[in-house]
Design a protein around this ligand. Structure first.
Ligand code: G3P
Ligand code: MG
Length: 344
């Protein structure tokens, strides 16, 4: 009887990273103590962040160094981790990857062998972005192949070029300039772009957050800010045409499904033999109400959302977020873990 209770998983934790464990890349004073407390209490945990732009393995090494515990890649769910499941469908297709340059390596590691960037496309079609010349000559060995999906892996760093290229891909206008001479007279004379068609290229976004907490006093714009700006520009430019976007990252359910699977794996490594997910109390600790708290609140009945005051949320004592109220509000991640350990 004793053994059965000991082997029955009762609690599991999802931890946000920026604004909860780290700020501006540096750990909060009590972050390491919080991790030790979880380990001592034998509570499985995983990290679910809307950050990314590196592989799960690289993030696990960074966390290992900063949090004073061993973190494995299986414990890390990045905003773009669900993209792995899309790779098989796009394996031979040219895919436009947005984010800093190294995101292409991440995309290739997921299986998007023909990942490309706005910069490469600009090299191929120098006139698409008149504000500057491409910095090098075409270097992509699958140039000429159409772009068949757009995927934002991380915060775009070159908004002007990225917006122009994404718009051109959606409206199928990359090839247009190249083949201008081949357009028929009718096509040229109508004051209407014959190549403009409804958006059929799938557009995937990995992080809807508009802001996050870095080491600046006020929150900083992130991927969702780019997407909002692009949606507005696109609609304004195309007579109110809406964009079809598929999102992942928090607060979307796919992230919590991946987390629950990863937590079951962690629990089995800790020796838990009986994992009845309907009987597990899941706790989601975060600092950003529309992301972490909404995600945990919508993840299922047995999820408790815990909001910390070290990040985006800056409500006074006794205040909750009016749109995405948390179940529990505490000062920092250490208090959050203390609450979880004691909670019955
Ligand atoms: O949205 C940007 C990202 O850095 C936020 O990360 O860990 O707070 O979900 P996190
Ligand atoms: Mg956060």
């Amino acid at each position: 009887m004793f053994h059965r209770t000991r082997n029955l998983l009762s609690k599991a934790v999802v931890l946000d990273i920026d604004g909860v464990l780290l700020r501006g890349g540096k750990p909060f004073p009590r972050a390491q103590d919080a991790m030790q407390l979880l380990k001592t209490a034998r509570i499985p945990f995983v990290f679910v962040t809307n950050g990314g732009g590196i592989t799960e393995k690289e993030k696990s090494l960074e966390l290992t160094k900063k949090l004073g515990i061993d973190v494995t890649p299986e414990q890390v769910i990045l905003s773009h981790s669900p993209f792995k499941h899309l790779a098989a469908a796009h394996i031979d297709q040219r895919v436009l990857v947005l984010g800093h340059e190294r995101c292409v390596d991440v995309a290739r590691s997921y299986g998007f062998h023909k990942a490309t960037t706005s910069k490469r496309i600009h090299e191929e079609f120098p006139t698409i972005y008149p504000l500057r010349k491409p910095s090098s000559s075409p270097s992509c060995n699958f140039s000429g192949q159409p772009v068949e999906a757009i995927m934002i892996f991380h915060d775009p760093t070159d908004w002007g070029l990225d917006m122009q290229v994404v718009c051109d891909v959606i409206l199928d206008r990359l090839q247009y300039k190249k083949d201008e001479n081949t357009r028929t007279e009718q096509e040229q004379g109508q004051g209407q772009d014959p190549l403009q068609k409804l958006h059929t290229v799938p557009f995937f976004v990995s992080n809807q957050d508009v802001v996050y907490k870095s080491d600046h006093f006020y929150p900083r714009f992130t991927q969702g800010a780019f997407v909002e700006a692009f949606k507005s520009l696109f609609s304004n430019y195309n007579g109110g045409m809406d964009l079809k976007i598929t999102y992942c990252g928090k607060p979307f359910k796919v992230q919590y499904e991946m987390a629950a699977k990863a937590l079951a794996h962690e629990a089995s490594l800790l020796g838990f033999r009986h994992i009845d997910t309907s009987k597990v109390s899941y706790y989601g600790i975060g600092d950003n109400p529309p992301s972490d708290i909404r995600g945990a609140n919508n993840a299922g009945k047995n999820w408790t959302s815990i909001l910390v005051r070290t990040g985006v949320f800056d409500g006074a004592d006794g205040e909750n977020d009016p749109v995405d109220p948390a179940d529990i509000i505490v000062d920092d991640v250490y208090e959050a873990v203390k609450f979880i350990v004691r909670d019955d």
